[in-house]
Design a protein around this ligand. Structure first.
Ligand SMILES: Nc1ncnc2c1ncn2[C@@H]1O[C@H](COP(=O)(O)OP(=O)(O)OP(=O)(O)O)[C@@H](O)[C@H]1O
Ligand SMILES: [Mg+2]
Length: 234
């Protein structure tokens, strides 16, 4: 497990996350994007690793950033970010702006905090559809400059479609050579049906000379996908 930690020594990932951050900024040129849901079609596509890397890139760009673990079934953010400490879900859902920081775990990266919402005992659909959860998100937005939400795969659970409309946009992680076009289409369609905005996609694991992580811009208007490679110039 320790090997899976997103570390700043992973230069490719760090550089790609910076590019992803710039592209998210660019997509929000008219209406700034301050919160992102990360999801993918299937298990193991790289959502958590990319959520951590994006949150780090935002924090290192001097934005007070919150990384929310919304994977109730398999919460991985806290161990990967080396943070510990859990609060009862009920307490977190009742947090106010004044005491919100009491629930956020400080990481080693300046400006980066983790909120562990998930608890295997609660029903994610009930929690994520609740008014209290919507209030939690708006409270978090008042305290933080940028929020990244990690979710379980949309091909298996509806959770991401419940969270996505409460954020400014969605980045879909597609694992190269693993996710099928059908599963990607179905994921995009579920997000659109939830009235959330798909901002782009990361093609994860494509073997190229310089980087395993590529950012794609997805336009929900024309359903075309254009590549904005993170590949550095050779
Ligand atoms: N580009 C990559 N190159 C090599 N390993 C990768 C890459 N992306 C992800 N991994 C590895 O694949 C595994 C799954 O990654 P991760 O946990 O981020 O996926 P996930 O989509 O969050 O999974 P889950 O659906 O179970 O939450 C991890 O071991 C991670 O380190
Ligand atoms: Mg994950």
């Amino acid at each position: 497990m320790a090997k899976q930690i997103v570390s700043l020594s992973d230069r490719e990932l760090t550089e790609s996350a910076k590019t992803l951050r710039s592209n998210i900024d660019f997509a929000g040129i008219d209406t700034p994007i301050r919160s992102i849901t990360i999801t993918s079609p299937e298990k193991g596509d790289g959502k958590t690793i990319i959520a951590c890397a994006l949150a780090m890139a935002e924090a290192l760009a001097d934005r007070k950033t919150l990384l929310i673990d919304n994977d109730f079934r398999n919460p991985q953010i806290a161990p990967r970010m080396h943070v510990r400490g859990s609060h009862r879900l009920g307490e977190v859902l009742n947090a106010k702006v004044e005491n919100f920081m009491d629930f956020c775990l400080e990481t080693k990266t300046p400006n980066l905090y983790v909120l562990d919402v998930g608890t295997r005992r609660s029903d994610p659909v009930e929690v994520l559809s609740s008014r209290k959860y919507a209030r939690l998100m708006s409270t978090a937005m008042q305290v933080f400059d940028f929020i990244v939400v990690d979710t379980p795969p949309l091909g298996m659970f509806i959770d991401a479609a419940l969270v996505a409309p409460k954020t400014d946009g969605v980045v879909v992680v597609i694992r190269s050579g693993k996710d099928t076009p059908e599963s990607v289409r179905s994921t995009l369609s579920q997000i659109e049906k939830s009235n959330a905005r798909v901002i782009g996609a990361v093609l994860n694991g494509a073997k190229r000379k310089h980087s395993d992580y590529y950012y794609y811009y997805y336009s929900s208007k024309d359903h075309k996908t254009k590549r904005k490679s993170t590949r550095r110039k050779e």
